[in-house]
Design a protein around this ligand. Structure first.
Ligand code: ATP
Ligand code: MG
Length: 429
């Protein structure tokens, strides 16, 4: 049997991993500046956590979860998303009682048994943020501003913010009644999935991709017309603040998101370039919103919360299209000779590395010309051989590999001065 990775789960290989590291490092730096601290929760949770939070009649819980029974006969699920685990940890560690306002971010793999295509995998990666402890619209907008800043810093163009509100639930019964009346005549034509959504979670129909329903979805009543006073004021404040921060958005009355726990503000960032969409139908790179009842519903204190989750695989796909990832080469490549000085050459390599420089050598050794070719191939900037003569004179002849073949450049640098010389060269790179 040929061994292969499990379907829908990707190996991330160099040089693409350099791009992942860049995205992750950028996130850690930026999120830190916004006052968000990292939380890391286990990859698996009790199945019940997702059933109770994400909701039974959702795509995720209904058909996408990796659920199994462990040896202790417990039902365990590979986490399909990060908000419920974070809320579970927030409650379990009593964080709400220790500090009034909590801002967390997380980064890591999620698992959903989905039909694969571009930008849709069974193991994928999310970067998410959660803010617990305030109902203030400024918190919603700060999170949206954070996502916008992240795309800006990474240089991702053509991402549009879609915005909607789901109200606070107090007026939802009236809205659901109107929605039910609207879809009622179509029930006979619905798939079993849609029928179930109609019966048990009617709002989910607005999220349906079924062709037969698209016309009715477009004409469906919108929740903004059913808002209670508090939710309306909240939404107005969010919009006013977005305008103040000059963050453009489109109002999207059908944006309901695929999870049950959302209330009030919901938003998505959608990649929609004028021409070809590199992400195909998987254009949504980030989704988020408020979930003011989630912490309480999971057994915690009354703590309103707002957050988002971003799909990093989709983001990296975009970045790969914008600029091909490139392997960074060593600053200096040391060529070695067989003989007693090889050990000294190795010691020099390690010493320069300890001094903070990317210095490399080839453990296979061989002819010096061959080693120099390899140095060029891995993108080294300088090359120097270290043998008996160099060892005796305490000086290396350093070749500049970026010089044209017909005008070679090299410089003699003493072993003593080498680390300082490399520091200077690294700065002028
Ligand atoms: P979609 O409508 O595309 O299925 P979703 O509503 O299921 O998205 P969320 O649960 O909101 O997605 O997850 C947030 C983000 O995570 C998405 O906007 C997307 O970028 C990413 N994401 C979700 N599922 C996958 C997947 N299977 N593969 C890759 N990225 C994903
Ligand atoms: Mg989905």
């Amino acid at each position: 049997m040929k061994l292969q990775a499990v379907k829908g789960m990707n190996d991330l290989l160099p040089p693409a991993t350099a791009l992942w590291q860049h995205v992750e490092a950028t996130a850690r730096a930026l999120f830190g500046r916004y006052g968000f601290q990292e939380v890391r929760t286990p990859m698996v949770e009790a199945t019940e956590l997702f059933v109770r939070s994400v909701g039974e009649v959702t795509d995720i819980v209904g058909k996408e979860m990796y659920t199994f029974t462990d040896k202790g006969d417990r039902s365990i699920t590979l986490r399909p998303e990060g908000t419920a685990p974070a809320a579970r940890a927030y409650i379990e560690h009593n964080v709400g009682n220790l500090e009034p306002l909590t801002r967390w971010f997380y980064l890591g793999p999620m698992f959903r048994y989905e039909r694969m295509k571009t930008g849709r995998y069974r193991q994928f990666h999310q970067l998410g943020a959660e803010a617990y402890g305030t109902l203030d619209p400024a918190q919603d907008v700060e999170l949206i501003a954070l996502v916008a800043a992240f795309f800006r810093v990474l240089g991702v163009p053509d991402v549009t913010l879609h915005l909607n509100t789901l109200g606070d639930g107090s007026t939802r019964p009236a809205y659901l009644a109107a929605l039910k009346a609207h879809f009622e005549p179509l029930v006979a034509q619905m798939s079993d999935d849609a029928k179930l959504a109609f019966e048990r979670n009617t709002m989910r129909l607005l999220d349906s991709k079924e062709a037969a329903l698209q016309e009715a979805i477009a004409a469906a009543p919108a929740i903004v017309d059913f808002l209670d006073e508090g939710s309306k004021a909240h939404f107005d404040d969010v919009r006013r603040l977005l305008a103040k921060l000059e963050l453009p958005y489109v109002l999207d009355r059908r944006l309901v998101r695929g999870l049950d726990y959302y209330t009030r503000t919901t938003f998505e960032f959608v990649y929609a370039p004028a021409g070809d969409n590199a992400l195909g139908t998987a254009g949504t790179v980030c989704g988020g919103g408020r979930y003011d009842r989630l912490v309480h519903d999971l057994g915690g204190p009354e703590k309103p919360a707002v957050g988002f989750a971003m799909g990093l695989d989709r983001l990296v796909l975009l970045l790969e299209k914008l600029r091909a990832p490139k392997r960074e080469g060593p600053l200096l490549f040391i060529g070695t000779f067989d003989g007693p000085e090889r050990d000294d050459a190795l010691a020099l390599v390690m010493r320069l590395r300890d001094a903070g420089h990317f210095v490399d050598f080839d453990p296979r050794g061989g002819k010096l010309g061959k080693q120099k070719e390899r140095a060029s191939k891995v993108g080294a900037r300088f090359f120097a051989g270290y043998g008996g003569d160099e060892h005796a004179s305490r000086t290396l002849k350093v070749d500049d590999l970026s010089a044209p073949k017909d005008a070679p450049r090299s410089e003699h640098v003493s072993l003593e001065a080498l680390a300082g010389w490399l520091s200077k060269e690294a700065q002028t790179a």
